[in-house]
Design a protein around this ligand. Structure first.
Ligand code: PMP
Length: 405
């Protein structure tokens, strides 16, 4: 029944055995595997087109520059940004958020100004704001998470004051799988004349993202979670905000003129892209996005929704399993604790069955504290996963229970 959605064969790494068992990869929230076309794009670029971009007058550099700028077009189309120059290439979600904190925040936040984040943020959407708070005297305010793993929107609205400068919130939680109502949260922020940054690391590969429909001011994501290479990410920002921000990194390629004591800077997006970028991986990221478009994000969303329904039932039948995150609107991320078995022991037993899951705090320590657990197991899905993978996980967990009974 699930076979009409079958893309596993596009991912060579999945065709192997681990400890004598077929590999079941359930850690896509940490990083996704790569389809052959992405690896081919990397190889093709290095074999045929590599040169430094923007500066060369010779054929190879022209080709590399075109492929690089075509990648920017692809990203713009994929997230429905209004302007090409609103797409800034960075190293990943983490760098995108740090860029906003250090450029936007540092240049304008004053002591006592407020930044609203949530209790379900990844460390990369907490620590940059803490660093900024130390530098500027700004303070963090936090939207609480309910028992099922949803944000309390009523409480959110009460956090706004005349000192609120920015909301920074995750689109989809990497622990709970909760899809936050970003459009509504943006409307609330804008009603208070406050811009909103959205951490889209877990959303981009799983649901259609339309930044204009969301109307968010900044949107950050990483290539490696969306079937592209590591070391690449994107900061989307609305033109007026990006234009008003000072450069983040200084160096080559971002300048208009340089004198020994002063410089002038290029226009967007180059103002924020100092130095030689990760050309090959950015080009291959565009290939990953084209691959996702060929499948169709709506189709991907539906497939993952079916898997979530199936896995929710299957895991509910495991005795003593406590699910962390049971929001109505969630994606294929299942975090749980099982009886009193240590998550690392569960992970090790599953590994011997060929099943790759993550054990730990998942870079969300405040959320672990919220649920009064030191760590948990997380199984997360990608487009290559099927009901058989869920069955393997359930069987593996029953095995764990037998071993630790
Ligand atoms: N935000 C979320 C919700 C994430 O899941 C992750 C990665 N686990 C990040 C941010 C950071 O992404 P990266 O490490 O690619 O910068």
């Amino acid at each position: 029944m699930m076979n009409e959605f079958s893309y596993k064969h596009d991912f060579p790494i999945l065709n192997q055995s681990i400890h004598g068992k077929p590999l079941v990869y359930l850690d896509s929230a940490a990083t996704s595997q790569k389809p052959q076309c992405v690896m081919d794009a990397l190889m093709h670029y290095y074999q045929h087109d590599h040169a430094n971009i923007h500066r060369g007058v010779y054929e190879l550099s022209v080709r590399a520059t075109k492929a690089f700028e075509d990648a920017r077009h692809m990203v713009q189309k994929f997230i429905h940004a209004e302007h090409l120059h609103e797409i800034i290439f960075v190293r990943g979600t983490t760098e995108a958020i740090n860029l906003v904190a250090q450029s936007y925040g540092r240049s304008r936040f004053k002591p006592g100004d407020e930044i609203i984040i949530s209790e379900m943020e990844h460390h990369s959407n907490i620590v940059p704001w803490q660093l900024l708070a130390e530098q500027t005297g700004a303070v963090l305010k936090v939207i609480p998470v309910s028992d099922v793993g949803e944000l309390d929107l009523e409480k959110y609205e009460t956090l706004f004051t005349p000192r609120t400068q920015l909301v920074a919130v995750v689109h989809i939680s990497n622990v709970l799988g909760t899809i936050n109502p970003i459009k509504e949260m943006t409307q609330i922020a804008h009603a208070h004349h406050v811009p909103i940054l959205v951490d889209g690391a877990q959303a981009l590969p799983h649901i259609p993202v339309d930044v204009r429909e969301l109307d968010c001011d900044f949107y950050a994501f990483s290539s490696h979670k969306a079937y592209g290479p590591t070391g690449v990410g994107v900061l989307y920002g609305k033109t007026a905000l990006l234009d008003s921000m000072p450069p983040y990194h200084g160096g080559g390629d971002m300048i208009e003129t340089v004198q020994l004591h002063q410089s002038t800077f290029k226009k967007l997006p180059y103002k924020f892209e100092a130095g030689t970028p990760n050309i090959a991986d950015i080009i291959a990221f565009a290939t990953a996005l084209r691959y996702l478009n060929r499948i169709g994000m709506e189709k991907i969303k539906k497939h993952e929704h079916d898997l979530v329904t199936y896995a929710t039932e299957k895991l509910a039948a495991i005795p003593d399993l406590r699910m962390i995150g049971t929001a109505k609107n969630k994606t294929g991320v299942f975090s749980f604790v099982l009886n009193n078995v240590h998550p690392h022991d569960i992970g090790t037993v599953l590994d011997h069955e060929g099943i790759a899951v993550r054990a730990g705090h998942h870079c969300a320590m405040p959320l672990m504290e919220r649920y009064a657990i030191p760590a948990c197991i997380r199984a997360s899905f990608g487009i290559y996963n099927s009901r058989e993978d869920v069955d393997a996980l359930a069987a593996g967990l029953l095995n764990v229970l037998r071993m630790f009974a």
